[in-house]
Design a protein around this ligand. Structure first.
Ligand code: 5AD
Length: 339
C-alpha cells in the first residue's frame, strides 16, 4: 500500500508515465480487461443544498428545474435493459419531493421488471431513507466526500441549518447496511493543496472503497466558487492530467475497486479524456440515458459531455483499444471479497 509521501511524489512528479503504466498493469491483473457500462438516469435537478461548485445548487435561479415521473424513469431503465445493461445509476440533487417511499417504489419496480443492479446517487439522505431503499432492492450508493479537508469542505459545501454535514458518517452507514459503497473527490477546487489531496487518496484505502469516482473541478460561472481564490502555494490544477494521476493512484490504493472514467474527463477532452481514464486505471463507463430534454438541464457544470446511449459503436471502440464490454452485473470485486 502506498503511503502519503509516495502519493505526494506521484502527484507532483514531472512525468506521470510510470504511474500510469503501473496503474494500468494493476488494473489488468486485478479487474481484467472488461469495461462495465452503467446507464445513468439524472432524474431530477431540484436540490436543497448550496454547494459552491455545483450548477444545480438551490441558490441558482437561472435554471429550469425538472423532476422525471415514475413512468419516465422506468422507461429509461427499460431502454438500458434492452441494450443489455446490467446496472442503472439513479442520480439527482437532494430533492426532498423525491420522498423515500416514492424512490422505493421506483427501485422495486425496476428490480421486479428488469432485475438490474441499482446504484443510487442521491446525496446525503437520512438513515431511515437509505435503509428503506436498501430493503427495496438498491445495491450500491455513490456519495463523493469531495474533499476531506474540513475547512475547505465547509467553504464549498455549507451544512443545512442545524445539521452538520458529515459524508464520512453517511458512508459508514451505507457500508453497515450492506451497500456497495462508492465515493471520491473533486480535483483542483480553489484552495485544494497537494497535501490535502494526498490525504484524500490515503483515505480511499482506509475506507476500503468499492467504487471510486473522481474528476476535475469544472468552474461554473453561476456559482460562488467561480470567484474563489486559489491556494497561495501547492494549488492542485483542475486538469485532465491531474485527474488521471488521481485515477491511477485510486487504482493503486484500492486495486479491486470499480473506477469510472468520468463525464468530467470527457467534458474537458472528449473521447480522448475518456480513453486516458481507461488507460490509467479506470474500468467503468457511465453512458447517459436521461431523455435529451432533461439532460441539458442537469447542468452541474457547463458544457457537460454526454456519452449517449445512441453511441452504438461503444463495444467496437472498446475492442479497438484492447478492452471488452463486461458481461453480467460487474459487482465490485472489492465488495465481493468482503463477503
Ligand atoms: N465540476 C466538476 N464536478 C462537479 N460535480 C458537481 N459540480 C461539479 C463541477 N462544477 C460533481 C461532484 C458531485 C458529482 C455528482 O458531480 O463531485 O459529487
Amino acid at each position: 500500500m502506498l503511503n502519503k509521501q509516495e502519493i505526494l511524489d506521484y502527484l507532483t512528479v514531472e512525468d506521470p508515465q510510470e504511474l500510469f503504466s503501473r496503474a494500468d498493469k494493476v488494473r489488468k491483473e486485478e479487474v481484467g480487461d472488461d469495461v462495465y457500462l452503467r446507464g445513468l438516469i439524472e432524474f431530477s435537478n431540484h436540490c436543497r443544498r448550496q454547494c459552491g461548485y455545483c450548477g444545480i445548487r438551490a441558490g441558482n435561479h437561472d435554471i429550469v428545474r425538472y423532476r422525471m415521473t415514475i413512468p419516465e424513469i422506468i422507461a429509461c431503465a427499460r431502454e438500458a435493459k434492452s441494450k443489455d445493461y446490467s446496472t442503472v445509476v439513479i442520480q439527482g440533487g437532494e430533492d426532498m419531493a423525491a420522498t423515500a417511499d416514492w424512490m422505493a417504489e421506483i427501485i422495486e419496480s425496476i428490480k421486479a421488471e428488469t432485475g438490474m443492479a441499482i446504484t443510487l446517487s442521491l446525496g446525503e439522505r437520512d438513515l431511515e431513507e437509505i435503509k428503506l431503499w436498501r430493503k427495496a432492492g438498491a445495491d450500491r450508493y455513490l456519495l463523493r466526500f469531495e474533499t476531506g479537508n474540513q475547512k475547505l469542505y465547509e467553504t464549498i459545501h455549507p451544512s443545512l441549518p442545524g445539521k452538520k454535514s458529515d459524508r464520512f458518517e453517511v458512508l459508514s452507514q451505507l457500508r453497515e447496511l450492506g451497500y456497495e459503497v462508492g465515493s471520491g473527490v473533486l480535483i483542483g477546487i480553489p484552495g485544494q493543496t497537494y497535501d490535502s489531496l494526498a490525504e484524500d487518496i490515503v483515505r480511499f484505502g482506509e475506507i476500503d472503497l468499492d467504487m471510486i469516482g473522481v474528476g476535475p473541478y469544472i468552474p461554473h460561472p453561476d456559482t460562488p466558487l467561480f470567484t474563489l481564490p486559489k491556494a497561495e502555494s501547492g494549488q492542485v490544477p483542475n486538469s485532465v492530467e491531474m485527474a488521471c494521476r488521481v485515477v491511477a493512484l485510486a487504482r493503486l490504493v484500492c486495486p479491486k475497486s470499480n473506477i469510472p472514467s468520468t463525464t468530467a474527463l470527457a467534458t474537458l477532452e472528449g473521447v480522448s479524456g475518456r480513453l486516458q481514464g481507461l488507460s490509467c486505471g479506470a474500468n467503468v463507463l457511465m453512458p447517459n440515458f436521461t431523455p435529451a430534454k432533461y439532460r441539458q438541464l442537469y447542468e452541474i457544470y457547463p458544457a457537460k459531455a454526454v456519452l449517449s446511449e445512441a453511441q452504438t459503436d461503444l463495444t467496437e471502440w472498446l475492442e479497438s483499444i484492447g478492452r471488452h464490454r463486461g458481461k453480467g452485473r460487474g459487482d465490485s470485486p472489492n465488495r465481493l471479497l468482503r463477503g
